[in-house]
Design a protein around this ligand. Structure first.
Ligand SMILES: [Cu+2]
Length: 125
């Protein structure tokens, strides 16, 4: 009788163990899939009155997550000639730059004395 109870407990423990193991694996797989789906990022960090890089590069035809981070001041931006427009309400979006070339990126929010010169370049290659 006791043997039978021990055996049942053993089986239950095994099932629980396997369940937890599979759960962990599927959680990890979901995380990995999410990272893969997120793909490359194009991050603009804005301060008064410039972007953090003189030029940014992306590959043509590749889906990227474009994001804007206002590190100092309040800025918005657009990539001229595309539908990429970001501000504090829409801080990131996914976009595929199809045509190789050089695109102007500038601030679209009157942010202060340096606003007119707040520009940078995006190179799609
Ligand atoms: Cu501005």
């Amino acid at each position: 009788m006791q043997k039978w109870i021990m055996f049942s407990l053993f089986i239950v423990a095994c099932l629980l163990g396997t369940g937890v193991l599979f759960q962990n694996i599927s959680v990890r797989q979901a995380e990995m899939a999410k990272e893969e789906a997120a793909g490359p990022t194009l991050k603009f960090v804005a301060t008064n009155y410039k972007f953090d890089q003189a030029e940014y590069k992306v590959k043509a035809g590749e889906k990227v997550t474009v994001s804007l981070l206002n590190k100092e001041g309040l800025h918005a931006m657009e990539v001229v000639g595309t539908s990429v427009k970001l501000d504090n309400n829409t801080k990131s979006m996914e976009f595929t730059f199809d045509k190789p070339g050089e695109y102007e990126v500038h601030c679209t929010l009157p942010c202060g004395p340096g606003h007119a010169d707040m520009k940078t370049k995006l190179i799609v290659e």
